[in-house]
Design a protein around this ligand. Structure first.
Ligand SMILES: [Fe+2]
Length: 221
């Protein structure tokens, strides 16, 4: 692949009432960046770091539409002028975050999608690029962001270290998350690093062996 230049930088912003992680991803200070999920109470903190590094945020990507991941997306969009990207399957949640089955502890500003994400879409910033992997199951519009050259995948609430996303919320499906994980994530190389929407990071190889949910899905338990 043709990516060159310094390796990618990944900074974590864990915040909000259920400890959700937003990620700031960039190649170099003063270059372009993306933000993946914007938890409640994290918008100003992420923006302060963006200013400190002199970054230009090109895209704000939602791994899915749950309010703990999109809580301050509207605010960060207003501060940076970046375009919001998500799968349209979850746009109804982003437009009505306060009407969800589990309601947020504070009112959340609705946000709409500027760039619709479908499976295989490739987005670029600076000289880096990543591909969207549509992984329904936790929600219909759940996506992962795969940086193939760097060997990194952001998995949102689809796959965690030692666990998987819940499937009991609207549009959740055990069959779909199982197909997404076995068919799209466990087909990646063992050394690919996983950055999830909650909890510590991991690798595909560690989850293949040590994640009981994955082992059940792949018939190893
Ligand atoms: Fe979620």
């Amino acid at each position: 692949m043709e990516n060159s230049g310094p390796p990618i930088s990944v900074e974590k912003f864990e915040d909000g009432p259920v400890w959700t992680i937003g990620y700031l991803v960039y190649r170099k200070p003063a270059g372009e960046a993306i933000v993946i999920d914007v938890p409640m109470w994290s918008g100003e903190k992420i923006y302060r770091r963006v200013r400190e590094l002199g970054l230009t945020v090109k895209y704000i990507v939602a791994t899915h539409g749950h309010w703990d991941h999109t809580g301050e997306m509207r605010r960060l969009k207003d501060l940076t002028g970046a375009r919001v990207c998500a799968n349209v399957g979850d746009e109804w949640m982003m437009k009505d975050p306060n009407g969800m089955v589990i309601s947020p502890p504070e009112k959340i500003e609705p946000v709409s999608i500027d760039v619709p994400l479908t499976d295989g879409v490739r987005l670029e910033f600076d000289d880096a690029h990543f591909e969207i992997v549509h992984t329904p199951g936790h929600s219909a519009g759940s996506v992962c962001l795969y940086f193939e050259t760097e060997g990194i995948i952001f998995t949102g609430d689809t796959l965690f270290a030692g666990s998987i996303g819940r499937v009991d919320l609207p549009t959740g499906s055990m069959d779909e998350i199982s197909t997404s994980i076995t068919g799209r994530l466990m087909t990646l190389p063992d050394q690919v690093r996983i950055f999830p929407g909650h909890g510590p990071d991991s690798t595909i190889g560690k989850e293949r062996i040590g994640n009981q949910f994955v082992r059940m899905m792949t018939g190893k338990v």
